[in-house]
Design a protein around this ligand. Structure first.
Ligand SMILES: Cc1ncc(COP(=O)(O)O)c(C=O)c1O
Length: 431
């Protein structure tokens, strides 16, 4: 089957010709044939260095031998049981041990599900319906989470509206949003809705926005004072920004945290963990008529193949030098791309840090909130991404780049060379 024929078939069968929100324009569209380490190959025989990493899970690169061995072994022993199984118990222990907030855990399948259950748990635990989030963050696709994440215009807070069709508009009333990094605004909203807010949900590296010093500590204090369950969405940051995730990196311990991507080893696997008294609302032994008892169940919960893969990944990440290496690569990219922008007179900022970065084309001095992201030139970012793909660097034209332990200094050299070429030959000529 030729590459073009596969793309045509995909166009015929897949709605929008893609798997979802991630889609590539015709001039850069591709069908993946396979991946190997940091390399990705398409069905036209072209090769790429992968800086998308499946949107984050492939932190060891593709087909890591330890993951392949662990998964192969598990597959021959059975792929799903519904019942307790050893790999899931071992993964649960390791996540709880590493997560500063970890006391009890439930293993689920997707990140979206984990956020949905964490919100449900907070509502049941507090007996309140509302939750507070930060404008422009992303917490997956559940009907609860899709309010106030993709507002078309920043600054409408604290009112939210559904992020897209099919989401009950009436639910937006229970979702309040404030700007990331703005302590006063959050405090004002919490004060105004005193006794009504069940949870505060934070994406600790919100897309590519770093927390300002003191922001999380202030949110922790606010949540504690008002009996609000503080939830960290560690789906991107968990085991990636540090072994103890964003909690360790930014020094604040939430009540609950959700994990996905990194602990999945590339298989469907996610987790909710945290304070035992809050997690206990998921306890299936509670009487069915207990209003605090929530249903947080699923056919694939405790999925042994995902757990075996996740354990193999954690074994590698735990080795000395992992986070130093990921941050050394990220720091170099940030430094060099910032210098390129200055040299070539292309106003830009590099957001994020360590293994999660994003280039924003903006004249702002700092990336502080959704407004900063909103003002950045999305068209330039898109062209930048597409031109990099054409040069064999596989990135998302809309979003972050991810770094893995499979990336070498040569891969980073190639990324930087191509970035400089695109900035000089294409982006600098766009205005
Ligand atoms: C911060 C964050 N939360 C939640 C999710 C949802 O996870 P999933 O796509 O596994 O449902 C994502 C996915 O990209 C994410 O980045």
């Amino acid at each position: 089957m030729t590459h073009t024929a596969l793309l045509e078939r995909a166009e015929r069968v897949f709605v929008g010709g893609s798997n979802g929100e991630f889609r590539l324009p015709p001039e850069a569209n591709l069908v993946v044939s396979h991946g190997e380490g940091a390399a990705l190959y398409d069905t036209a025989g072209r090769s790429y260095i992968d800086f998308l990493l499946g949107s984050g899970p492939m932190i060891l690169g593709h087909g890591h031998p330890d993951v392949v061995e662990a998964v192969t072994r598990q597959i021959s022993r059975g792929t799903t049981f519904m019942a307790l199984n050893e790999p899931s118990i071992r993964l649960a222990e390791r996540v709880i041990e590493a997560a500063p907030c970890g006391e009890k855990i439930r293993l689920v399948v997707t990140g979206s599900e984990s956020i949905q259950f964490a919100l449900r748990a907070a509502r049941a635990y507090t007996g309140r319906d509302r939750y507070l989030r930060f404008e422009g963050g992303w917490h997956g696709v559940s009907d609860s989470a899709l309010h106030g994440g993709r507002t078309l215009k920043p600054g409408t807070y604290p009112a939210t509206s559904p992020d897209g069709g099919g989401i009950p508009r009436s639910w937006s009333g229970d979702v309040l949003a404030t700007p990331f990094n703005d302590v006063e605004r959050a405090a004002e909203v919490v004060e105004r809705h005193r006794g009504e807010i069940a949870a505060m949900v934070i994406e600790p590296l919100q897309r590519c926005i770093l927390p300002r010093p003191g922001f999380f500590a202030a949110m922790r204090e606010l949540a504690t004072r008002h009996g609000i369950v503080l939830i960290f969405d560690e789906i991107v940051t968990g085991f990636r920004m540090a072994w103890g995730g964003a909690q360790e990196r930014y020094g604040v311990i939430p009540d609950l945290a959700v994990y996905g991507k990194t602990i999945s080893g590339g298989y469907p696997m996610a987790a909710i963990c945290g304070r035992e008294d809050v997690m206990d609302v998921m306890n299936g032994w509670r009487p069915a008529d207990d209003p605090k008892r929530i249903i947080a169940s699923g056919t694939f919960n405790g999925y042994p193949v995902g757990a075996a893969a996740g354990l193999a990944v954690l074994d590698v990440l735990e080795r000395p030098g992992t986070y130093e290496r990921l941050f050394a690569m990220g720091d170099r990219i940030t430094r060099e791309v910032t210098a390129m922008g200055r040299r070539l007179s292309v106003p830009l900022l590099v957001g994020g840090e360590g293994p999660v970065l994003q280039v924003l084309f903006t004249s702002d001095r700092e990336i502080v909130d959704y407004g900063s992201m909103f003002r950045a030139d999305k068209h330039k970012a898109y062209v930048f991404g597409v031109e990099l793909i054409k040069r064999g660097l596989f990135v998302s034209p809309y979003e972050k780049i991810y770094l893995s332990l499979a990336h070498t200094d040569d891969h980073i050299d190639r990324l930087l060379q191509s970035m400089e070429e695109v900035l000089r030959d294409v982006i600098a000529k766009m205005d």
